[in-house]
Design a protein around this ligand. Structure first.
Ligand SMILES: [Zn+2]
Length: 376
């Protein structure tokens, strides 16, 4: 998922200031504190939109343009002000890349200044793109398309299924026993923003081509589809966001004390390029992918927090997960069974909920590229 300057900023502060708030609520607080005007419209803002800001799914441009002329650096600095030396040290370290002179006396003003800079930049009209002179041997830079930015999220939202009218297609293909995503991202209403994920939908290439050619004819149909997708995706999210993050956090916190399962040789030398994701495992693959897509932010964010606090290191654990996978593969287990065994291992070791352990294992399988590593 792409990060925006705001999402980086908000997540950095979340480590110390979010407490029990949900991402949407925390984001609302940040904007209430920085805005000098009447905050009632911020209080009424849709949770979904605020959450999209927090996760970097949407830019804050529109909101920034509304509030940019009336920002309260003093009020925000008061909000940041803290007696905790630990938090002050954290802020100084985290914000130093943007505020080289940040220290324990000016940290609150610098953090407020950073927030104001982000809002002003987001509110200013986008700079005209300079024509790019092509120089050989120089990398050509491409602007990321909506597909680059939001594709994975949109496929997860669509349940990996095309929602074109009467279309039975999946958004992935099997090729030589290997799964590849196969889709494009459509701007539902071309008159509206292509940066707003609510105006984007993932469809199969054939429906994408038809939709673009027919123009506006089925806008209403896709809008209705999108509404249904958002509703069901949101239901999942409501039950997930807070509890999942708490559960995942508990699991991750226990990882440093987790011992590898017995009978597994962790010094096993991974022979590269083993077997690919097998066709019969398509269900597992899609489930793991979707799992990760839905909960990725939660796990990722928790992981970063624990990393910053020095509680957990990503690489060693990732290596362990990979070894574990290869060892089980070597025992001749099929992938669904390996997935089950790994979840069982974490479940037994942490004594935490099976579902949360499954989410964590899915995350690591994807993040450590376990399935891909064993490709051919
Ligand atoms: Zn289709």
């Amino acid at each position: 998922m792409a990060d925006t300057e705001f999402s980086v900023f908000a997540k950095a502060l979340a480590t110390k200031y979010k407490n029990d708030k949900k991402p949407a609520e925390f984001t609302r607080t940040l904007f209430e504190k920085i805005y000098l005007g009447d905050v009632s419209f911020i209080q009424l803002m849709d949770d979904r939109r605020l959450r999209a800001y927090y996760y970097g799914q949407n830019d804050i441009t529109e909101l920034a343009q509304t509030i940019a002329d009336d920002l309260d650096d003093k009020g925000f600095a008061d909000y940041i002000e803290t007696p905790s030396e630990d938090t002050i040290r954290y802020l100084c370290e985290t914000f130093r890349p943007w505020c080289p002179d940040i220290d324990k006396d000016n940290y609150a003003q610098r953090v407020a200044g950073r927030f104001i800079a982000i809002i002003n930049k987001a509110a200013s009209p986008k700079a005209k793109k300079k024509p790019r002179v092509k120089v050989e041997s120089q990398l050509t830079l491409f602007d990321p398309t909506p597909k680059d930015k939001y594709g994975v999220l949109l496929v997860a939202e669509a349940g990996s299924t095309c929602h074109g009218e009467g279309c039975p297609n999946q958004l992935y293909l099997r090729e030589n026993g290997r799964l590849e995503f196969c889709y494009d991202v459509v701007v539902i209403d071309p008159a509206q923003s292509d940066e707003d994920t609510e105006n984007l939908i993932a469809m199969c290439p054939s429906c994408t081509a038809k939709y673009r050619a027919r123009g506006s004819q089925s806008i209403e149909y896709l809008q209705e589809m999108k509404r249904q997708l958002l509703d069901s995706y949101d239901d999942r999210d409501v039950s997930s966001s807070e509890t999942v993050q708490d559960g995942v956090r508990r699991v991750l916190q226990k990882i440093p004390t987790v011992k590898p399962p017995q009978g597994v040789d962790l010094n096993y030398d991974p022979v590269p390029l083993r077997n690919k994701i097998r066709e019969e495992n398509v269900e597992l693959y899609i489930r793991t992918k979707n799992h990760v897509n839905v909960y990725y932010s939660d796990v990722h964010e928790t992981f970063q927090e624990l990393g910053k606090e020095g509680l957990l290191r990503f690489k060693p654990f990732c290596a362990q997960v990979r070894m574990l996978y290869l060892s089980y593969a070597d025992m001749g287990y099929d992938q669904p069974r390996i997935y089950r065994e790994m979840t069982r291992w974490l479940h037994t070791a942490t004594n935490e909920d099976w579902d949360y352990c499954q989410i964590v294992i899915s995350y690591f399988i994807q993040k450590c590229e376990v399935f891909d590593v064993i490709a051919e």
